[in-house]
Design a protein around this ligand. Structure first.
Ligand code: ADP
Ligand code: ADP
Ligand code: MG
Length: 491
């Protein structure tokens, strides 16, 4: 057992603040790092010590491995928490941290390396009879051979970069005639984006759901799963609405998928918190990949299990045994999360940047906002477009949907286009309410959304709430943006 009294958080934004909150609860001191552009981040009000790590570009700040470790040593921290994104799935970084005598809060560099590569992951899990997506699970370089394999698998097929992530590095090929050209593009894209040109081909499932299992494993061989999350509402192969439990997973299936996920963890001697992702179609599930870190949507699992996953991560990193066993775990109620991103659904969910002119979050029992922003904060081009996560928990799915819509109505973000109005549309949709949807939901309904909700709606959601704030004397007309004063006058 090792002691952890002080942690450096090698990340920014909501996830950095999320980690700090668990540390505060556990009586652990924190060191925050920030880039020039994050100098006014609310994170710095919460950490015990702070270090300017460099200029805005990530490779000079949040990805500067050696500098981060140097500062961690200077600050005499016991451990580093990498959050998600940035260095969280970088095996070399984990190794350097360990070599410096600091605890890496996450799995071993070896597990990260195996699972960070989709091909080596598939190879490793095959020991355990885990169902894989039909395809050719090896790197394919020769275009003619690849073509033959693709014909055998049957179009449409998906060309995937083995080192891809965050929804990037995938190309769908619907017809044979496009295959060769797409294959060449996929390789050069993989080389440029991930520094690794290895690609493979999979059958492209046309109407799958994305269902993933949260696991926890300690350093003594104990593994449990914390049930599933359904993350089928996606844009650009990236999740935007997540919920737990899944409306289509029976208790029996949950146990089977849960056990499969635990076996995936066992296959790479995993320890820490991790997520095993599957796609699900026609009552069959197929392993996609394992994310060797805390997942963006981990809060929905926290809501239905009552566990604090960051606290679990820290205890595991110390060398403690899991305090819970599979039979102690109960699934309680229903939780939904939406990703509040600065994006324009009218323009293919392109990131939007600018200043958050007004910011007011919803509150209430079972309503949680994970954020790290305030009025006047800037959403810049340098980092991910996610501003916050809005999470609700209720006794059942119907109540959770109701609570989420109410919470969205009470969330004011003015100055930027956000995904809030689209998420409200999705949650109100009969297909969503019936649980009758797959990963094609956004593409299927985006035109309907555009025709139903007028273009200024992203402002209107905010404006209704702004007017509310104004009436409640929280803001004066002086602070109302010019469009808002127009709206107040016109309404
Ligand atoms: P999750 O799998 O937790 O749902 P995402 O796929 O949305 O998370 O990724 C979480 C964050 O990490 C995002 O900011 C995403 O851009 C980033 N990310 C994940 N994998 C990679 C990768 N291989 N390369 C670059 N960024 C990544
Ligand atoms: P990433 O590392 O970018 O998260 P994943 O392999 O997890 O890559 O896939 C991301 C998303 O892409 C999935 O959630 C799913 O929606 C879609 N996807 C991946 N593989 C397939 C497939 N073979 N058929 C259909 N959709 C897929
Ligand atoms: Mg994935």
């Amino acid at each position: 057992m090792r002691e952890i009294k002080k942690i450096l958080i090698a990340n920014r934004g909501e996830i950095a603040l999320r980690v700090v909150k668990s540390c505060m609860k556990m009586g652990i001191k924190t060191v925050g790092i920030f880039s020039d552009i994050d100098k006014d981040s609310p994170l710095l009000d919460y950490v015990d010590q702070q270090i300017l790590i460099g200029p805005a570009p990530s490779n000079k700040s949040y990805l500067n491995q050696d500098l981060i470790i140097e500062k961690a040593l200077e600050m005499k921290v016991d451990a580093i928490h990498p959050g998600y994104g940035f260095l969280s799935e970088n095996a070399l970084f984990a190794e350097k941290v360990i070599k410096a005598g600091i605890i890496f809060i996450g799995p071993s560099p070896k597990s990260i390396e195996i699972m960070g590569n989709k091909l080596s992951a598939k190879k490793t899990v095959s020991k355990f009879d885990i169902p894989l997506v039909p395809g050719l699970n090896e790197e394919i370089k020769d275009v003619d051979k690849a073509m033959l394999a693709a014909e055998k698998i049957g179009f449409p097929i998906l060309i995937k970069a083995s080192a891809g992530g965050g929804g990037k590095g995938m190309r769908i090929v619907h017809e044979k005639k496009d295959f060769k050209q797409q294959m060449k593009r996929a390789v050069s894209e993989a080389e440029n984006s991930f520094g690794n040109g290895a690609v493979f081909i999979e059958k492209y499932l046309s109407k799958p759901r994305h269902i993933e299992i949260q696991i926890l494993a300690d350093q003594h061989g104990n593994v449990v799963h914390l049930f599933e999350r359904d993350c089928s509402i996606q844009r650009r192969h990236q999740k935007i609405v997540e919920e737990a439990p899944s409306p289509v997973v029976s208790e029996e299936l949950r146990a089977i998928m849960g056990e499969a996920a635990c076996n995936v963890a066992r296959s790479c001697n995993y320890h820490g918190a991790g997520t095993v992702e599957f796609i699900f179609e026609n009552n069959s599930f197929y392993f996609l990949e394992m994310n060797t870190r805390l997942q963006v949507e981990h809060p929905v699992t926290e809501m239905i299990t009552g566990l604090d996953l960051v606290e679990e991560q820290i205890n595991i990193a110390k060398g403690e045994k899991l305090a819970i066993s599979q039979k102690d775990l109960n699934l309680n109620g229903h939780a939904i999360e939406i990703r509040v991103c600065a994006e324009d659904p009218y323009n293919n969910f392109m990131p939007d940047t600018g200043i958050i002119e007004l910011y007011d979050i919803p509150k209430g029992i079972g309503v949680r906002v994970d954020d790290c922003t305030k009025q006047g904060s800037e959403v810049s081009i340098y980092y991910d477009s996610m501003i916050s996560k809005l999470i609700v928990h209720a006794d059942n799915r119907v109540e959770a949907i109701k609570k989420m819509i109410n919470a969205i109505n009470n969330y004011t973000i003015y100055g930027l286009k956000t995904t809030l109005p689209f998420c409200k549309y999705a949650l109100n949709h009969s297909d969503f309410r019936l649980g009758n949807f797959d990963t094609g939901f956004v593409n299927l309904y985006i035109e309907d959304y555009k025709s139903m909700v007028d273009e200024n709606n992203s402002n209107k959601v905010g404006l209704a709430a702004i007017f509310q704030l104004y009436k409640m004397d929280k803001i004066s007309t002086y602070f109302l943006p010019s469009t808002a004063t127009n709206w107040v006058r016109n309404s």
